[in-house]
Design a protein around this ligand. Sequence first.
Ligand code: NAD
Length: 480
Amino acid sequence: MTRLLQNFVGGSFVAGGEEFDDVNPVDGSLVARVQAADQEVVDRAVRAARAALDGAWGRFTAADRVALLRRVADRIEARFDELLAAEVADTGKPVPLARDLDVTRAAANFRAAADLVAGLGVDSFLTETALNYAVRRPLGVVGVIVPWNLPLLLLTWKVAPALATGNAVVVKPSEETPASATLLAEIIAEAGAPAGVFNVVHGFGPGSAGEFLTTHPDVDGITFTGESRTGSAIMKAVAPRVLPVSFELGGKNAAVVFDDADLESTVDGLARSVFTNTGQVCLCTERVYVQRGIFDEVAAGLAKRAQELRFGRPDDPETTTGPLISQGHREKVLSYYAIAEQEGARLLTGGGIPSVGEELTGGSWVEPALWTGVGNSARIVQEEIFGPVAALMPFDTEEEAIRLANDSPYGLAAAVWTTDLQRGHRVAGAMRVGMSWLNTWYLRDLRSPFGGSGLSGIGREGGAHSLHFYTEPTNVCVKL
Ligand code: NAD
């Protein structure tokens, strides 16, 4: 029987709403039917969140919230296999990737947020004449809107600090990946969260749950991860109410490889940064600048790694690479393969649709594509493609590499590869991005700031940075 995913409002699942398909991108099969939240359901969810804040949830102490978050992490671990199966069916990603990247991080996100609040103090300034101290109040009802590429990881990355600081949330998972958020609703309720603290509304963006949430008059802030264009639409939607927003948006991330880099580990790192999750991580590298002397060697090494990728079912131990999320996204990525050709790029390898066998032909498969022979102004170098792709370009000097890497409307992440550590620190620090890695990629400490500049976002989350978004400080000044 086909599973039905429902909205979760005020502590229980509610029946009703126009249904849409949740499709497995591996073979196009139906995972579940999903009931979309209409305006009335979104309104009920926001009202339930407000009632929780005004009621039992508002009376939770910080210690109560910390304990709750730790129980949520324990419950995620207890229901690990169910979450893993949900994530794999919705995204098509290989099981080890979903296990190590997505579900493991979900529990870690709750533990990190619990630790943060457990050790929290307040800003205070004592002089001869006055004592100033700032109390932090929760923002209130927070709308959480997330994408499909790392569904549970990105959802919990926002929900955990929001709850840790005493907010109530209404979350809108991606229409492509609604299952893990639905399970998380059960988990958070099982862990003892009062009704209304965590609500899930399913649906799409414009004219659907996403828009109903961002235009709701009683939402106090929006935290969003997704495309830059969507961020811009949400900003317009909340502008009349001047709501605070936290945006983690698109990227067109550069890698800079100097000729003294350790070749083997660099090619390994580049391959990981280009091909992980079929290139569908906002932090993935899509531009690779290589110092001229080692350009051919790096290009050949990366092309070999692309040829070694194995497409297949998520539970096949041979599989390294899953499909793209949907047929629609595949059309977008393939359109860039055509644009690359029109722009005169030289294709090093891939660039088509792999043969995956009859059983999987209904899936959204693409080969990777590596290009050379284009300049920085090419569309494939300037626009986010969000697939297993990279354009490789040579440079001669450090100054040139910095200039080329920074010549982008995006500012999310960069990776610098060199054994000259002085240069490494210098260049990594000169990248106009939110996160700059030196001789590694996507190595995360959850206390460090995460986010981007330019088209890549507004604000930072992570550790103390999350506190700034999810709370409103009130300074109390006492005359002595
Ligand atoms: P998307 O912007 O299309 O959708 C993201 C979410 O927003 C979905 O839940 C969608 O239904 C909703 N939405 C769409 N239009 C809306 C509107 N007008 N109002 C309210 N909600 C709306 O993004 P996507 O295709 O799901 O995800 C891929 C994008 O996410 C890429 O650009 C990627 O770089 C970005 N991303 C960024 C980060 C980061 O941390 N910076 C992390 C992951 C993904």
